[in-house]
Design a protein. Structure first.
Length: 289
């Protein structure tokens, strides 16, 4: 079977299944399998596929017609300009989560240049300045995309990855190895397994309300990484309850949630001693009062 024949066949199958990006998805899978670019593929429709190529590609199409996310079928996805390993054991990193990295970089610059008179708790700030290392935790890391990106963007910081799910930890470990960041990964229910004092928390916790209807693609993702209770904020309540008991609280907490949840999440953060410092789309930054 030549390339063009397979492409027509695969596109037809995906289109019949209601995949809006049918031809594009088929081309992406061809690029992966043949390790070439789209220009080359389209310029040589007569290329013959090997039986092994066809077996692999047909199996991938069979998965995609069920609306399994293309990233899971491929085993990889892009986040903040880097390619991460993923699987159905983790949530696929979303473009909106990249805003958290943007805010982290902005707020990080402010924190390290702040003086004790800029409404930041002096004791914690002194701790950051004394050893020259900013300590960051990616709480509920999943694939590790947020925390590893933070480490790569801020190599002078120490970024730990915290995750409760063992299957997700295996994916995070693969990405730590891939990017050679040598980060610590902790099997932890939020902050429960660590006594480290963190200066910044990155928190993309499950926030979808339990009764919310998700699309077909999201149905292939782990429910533990999606649903967060009746109003979607149960995990954030537990997190801030843990933070309230800390002797040294984080200076800054970045959270992702649905925009309509932001007011309630700000109230939860306020009870733990935090005020909203920044809001950008799905992301909120909370600063210690």
């Amino acid at each position: 079977m030549n390339l063009n024949h397979w492409l027509l066949q695969a596109t037809s199958a995906l289109h019949a299944a209601g995949i809006a990006t049918a031809r594009l998805d088929a081309l992406v899978l061809l690029e992966d399998e043949l390790n070439t670019n789209r220009t080359h593929l389209l310029a040589h429709p007569e290329l013959e596929l090997t039986p092994k190529n066809i077996k692999v590609l047909d199996a991938q199409i069979d998965r995609r017609v069920t609306h399994e996310p293309l990233a899971f079928v491929r085993g990889k996805t892009e986040f903040y300009g880097r390619e991460f390993i993923i699987s159905p054991a983790v949530l696929e990193p979303r473009p909106e989560s990249e805003t958290m990295i943007d805010l982290l970089l902005t707020r990080h610059a402010e924190l390290v240049s702040a003086s004790p008179t800029r409404n930041i708790t002096y004791g914690i700030l002194k701790q950051v300045q004394d050893d020259g290392t900013l300590r960051i935790a990616d709480v509920g890391t999943g694939s590790g995309a947020l925390g590893i990106t933070a480490q790569l963007e801020l190599p002078q910081a120490t970024v730990d990855l915290l995750e409760i799910d063992s299957a997700a930890i295996k994916i995070a470990q693969k990405n730590v190895i891939k990017f050679a960041t040598q980060q610590t990964i902790l099997h932890s229910n939020l902050l429960s397994a660590t006594s480290t004092t963190y200066d910044i928390l990155l928190c993309n916790l499950p926030y979808v309300p339990d009764d919310h209807t998700i699309n077909q693609a999201a149905m292939h993702e782990p429910k533990i990484a999606i649903f967060g209770g009746l109003d979607g904020l149960d995990l954030y309540r537990r997190l801030f309850q843990q933070i309230r008991s800390l002797k040294n609280k984080p200076l800054l907490i970045l959270c992702e949630s649905l925009p309509p949840q932001h007011t309630k999440l700000a109230e939860i953060a306020e009870q733990a001693g935090y005020k909203q410092a920044t809001e950008d789309d799905f992301i909120q930054a909370f600063q210690l009062n």
